[in-house]
Write a protein that binds this ligand. Structure first.
Ligand SMILES: Cc1cn([C@H]2C[C@H](O)[C@@H](COP(=O)(O)OP(=O)(O)O[C@H]3O[C@H](C)C(=O)[C@H](O)[C@H]3O)O2)c(=O)[nH]c1=O
Length: 340
C-alpha cells in the first residue's frame, strides 16, 4: 500500500511515521509536510534512509500541488495529521487555522474524490466536544457527544470533521475520523504544556500555569495514539468516528508538580499567570467504542508515560535546545511576556 501521511514532520505525525515505517516494511510511507514552525526534519532522522519512506515538502491547502502529487503517486490511503494545533496561537491568528485545518482538509478530500482512495483518515481532537464541568467527574465525551467548540482551533477542527463526514455521505468517500485526548511523548514541540514545563524547568526558568492550574486534561502517550490510528485505518468502520483516550486525567498543576518532582526542581518555579481566554475546563474521553470494537488498549498510564517522556527530553537535548533559543524565545516573550 502507498500511504500519504500529512504533517509527518510534526509531533504526532512524526511518531506515526516512525511507527508505520518500522511496522510495515512492505508499505510505502510518503510524508507530506510544509515544514512550518513546528515541523522538523530532525524528527525523521531515525527513518529518513528507510527504503519504504519518502519525504515531500508541500502545502495541503495548495490545490494545484496536491492534485499533481495525487496524479503522480496515486495513494491508496491518506492519513491527515497536518494541522495548526496550538490553541493559544489560534486565539491570536485564527485565519491560518482556517486555511490549513479547513481548506487543507477539503483540498485533500477533493483530491481523494478525484483520484480514488481506499481510505481517508482524519486525525482530530476531543476539543471538538467543548469541555466538561470540573465538578462532574462522572461525565465523559463519547462519539455521540454534540460538537460544541470553544476556541478558533477547535472550531477549525470540528469544521474539518464535518467536511470529512459530509464527503462520506455525499460522495461515498471511504473515511474514518479519530478524536484523541491530549498527547505527550518524544518530539513534542515545546510550546505545549508538558515539553514547555520540562524544557523550562531544566533551565530553571519560570513555569507559566494558566489561572489556578485547575483545568483537567486526559493524557495519552503518543505511541498508544499511533497504534489506535493504525487500528482505525485498517479495521474501523467507514463513515464512523472513534474516540481515543486512556482515562489519565490530571489537573495542570498536578502535571507540573509531577515533572518538577521527577527533575528534582523546586515548586517555586511555578508562576500562576493570566488565564487563556475561553479556557476549556476539563477533557475526558470514554474509549469504550475503540476498546470493544477494535480491541485497542493503551500500554502506558500517565505515571509510566511521563517518566519515559522526561527521560527522552533529558537524552535528546540537541533536538529541543535550539528550538527554545532564537526565534522561539521571541515567540515565547510575545505570547507570555505580559503574563510572566
Ligand atoms: C502552554 C501552556 C498550557 N497551559 C495549560 C492550558 C491547558 O489547560 C493545558 C494544556 O495546554 P496545551 O496548550 O499543551 O494543550 P491543549 O490546549 O489542552 O490542547 C492540546 O490537546 C488537544 C487535545 C489538541 O487537540 C491540541 O492540538 C493540543 O495542543 O495546560 C498552561 O497552564 N501553561 C502553559 O504554558
Amino acid at each position: 500500500m502507498k500511504i500519504i501521511v500529512t504533517g509527518g514532520a510534526g509531533f504526532i505525525g512524526g511518531n506515526f511515521v516512525h511507527y508505520m515505517v518500522n511496522k510495515y516494511p512492505e508499505d510505502m510511507i510518503i510524508n507530506l509536510d510544509l515544514l512550518t514552525y513546528a515541523g522538523n526534519l530532525e524528527t525523521l532522522k531515525p527513518v529518513e534512509n528507510a527504503p519504504n519512506y519518502k519525504f515531500v515538502k508541500g502545502d495541503i491547502a495548495d490545490r494545484a500541488f496536491i492534485f499533481k502529487l495525487f496524479e503522480e503517486e496515486k495513494p491508496d490511503v491518506v492519513i491527515n495529521f497536518a494541522a495548526e494545533s496550538h490553541v493559544d496561537r489560534s486565539i491570536t491568528d485564527p485565519e491560518s487555522f482556517v486555511r490549513t485545518n479547513v481548506m487543507g482538509t477539503t483540498t485533500l478530500l477533493d483530491a481523494c474524490r478525484t483520484y480514488g482512495i481506499k481510505r481517508y483518515h482524519q486525525v482530530s481532537t476531543d476539543e471538538v466536544y467543548g469541555d466538561l464541568p470540573l465538578d462532574r467527574p462522572d461525565l465523559f465525551f463519547t462519539e455521540e457527544t454534540p460538537l460544541h467548540t470553544s476556541s478558533p482551533y477547535s472550531s477549525s477542527k470540528a469544521s474539518a470533521d464535518l467536511f470529512v463526514l459530509a464527503y462520506h455521505r455525499t460522495y461515498g468517500l471511504p473515511v474514518t475520523v479519530s478524536r484523541c485526548s491530549n498527547n505527550y511523548g518524544p518530539y513534542h514541540f515545546p510550546e505545549k504544556l508538558i515539553p514547555l514545563i520540562i524544557s523550562r524547568a531544566l533551565n530553571d526558568e519560570e513555569l507559566p500555569v494558566y489561572g489556578k492550574g485547575e483545568n483537567v486534561r486526559d493524557w495519552l502517550y503518543v505511541t498508544d495514539h499511533c497504534k489506535a490510528i493504525d487500528l482505525v485505518v485498517r479495521k474501523g468502520k467507514v463513515g464512523e468516528v472513534y474516540n481515543i483516550g486512556g482515562h489519565n486525567e490530571r489537573t495542570n498543576l498536578e502535571v507540573v508538580k509531577t515533572i518538577l518532582k521527577a527533575l528534582n526542581k523546586p515548586e517555586s518555579l511555578i508562576k500562576f499567570v493570566t488565564d487563556r481566554p475561553g479556557h476549556d475546563r476539563r477533557y475526558a474521553i470514554d474509549p469504550t467504542k475503540i476498546e470493544t470494537e477494535l480491541g485497542w488498549k493503551p500500554e502506558y498510564t500517565f505515571d509510566t508515560g511521563i517518566v519515559k517522556t522526561i527521560e527522552w527530553y533529558l537524552n535528546n537535548k540537541e533536538w529541543w535546545e535550539h528550538i527554545i533559543s532564537g526565534e522561539y524565545t521571541k515567540y515565547f516573550e510575545n505570547m507570555y511576556g505580559e503574563r510572566l
